[in-house]
Unconditional design. Sequence first.
Length: 303
Amino acid sequence: MIVCRYADGGRSGYGRVEPEHGGSLVVPIRRSAGRWVGGPGRARPVDELSLLPPAEPTKIICVALNYSAAARPAPGRGRPGSADSTVVLLKPPSSLAGPEHHIGHPGGSWELRHEAELAVVIGTRCKRVPVEYAADVVAGYTCANDITAYARRDAEASGTPAAPPPVWAKHFDGCTPLGPWLATDLDPADVEITCRVDGRARQRGNTRDLIVPVPELIALISEHMTLLPGDVVLTGTPEGSGPLMVGSRVEVSIAGIGTLRNTVDMPSGTAWTSDGDRNDRPGPLSFAGRPAGEEGGPSDADR
């Protein structure tokens, strides 16, 4: 099943994407007790809706250096030799962006780089998941671009002003595009991932070359932290990560899912904002696509 998250007239929800002659229809669904079930509302053509990131995480977990050029790599060069040596980083939910959303460049002292990845969206609250049950806690899989900002070397060398701390490299708003939708029945063990920038191939890999496969990642991460519905695991990027400029058009494609497309935009000129200044801020996040506390939010079984 293909599942999208969408905005329609100020409301958001999830829907099952069904191919039809001349386009696709979105049939409303929702998450209940760890399963996708029918939701209220009528089917709509996908072209009439705005696609949103297909997850609403409390945290985005990034796995570093998890690909090898060979199926059986030798440990080294900072890459994990086993699940126990895997490096895990966190990104905030405010870094999310959806399909066709513009990526705001953080400014001239930073270099943005694309990282095409398979993303796992968690479907039910879980802790210490055995490897053999990892698939049972997954809501679906989607394309991700784990965009990372690196302080430029000239800024680091000058010392005036001081180079931004490396901790900000993955924290900028809009630097985690996800989409275009979830594939619920995908086998993550053998799918091809490609990335193109302005039509030119930059990255090509396959999840069979993951050093730590998806089920083992879920088991490892859930050993250290509770995973909640909507949480996202970024499984690592194959070789070929490269720079993005203002105006770059970047496409991440994964077989069995589709293509995530975004464009890099100019840096934002906004000095600061507060909740009182903006009307477009989302409410508290919930996996069901509604503000927390409203009918249709996560069930006790999900939480």
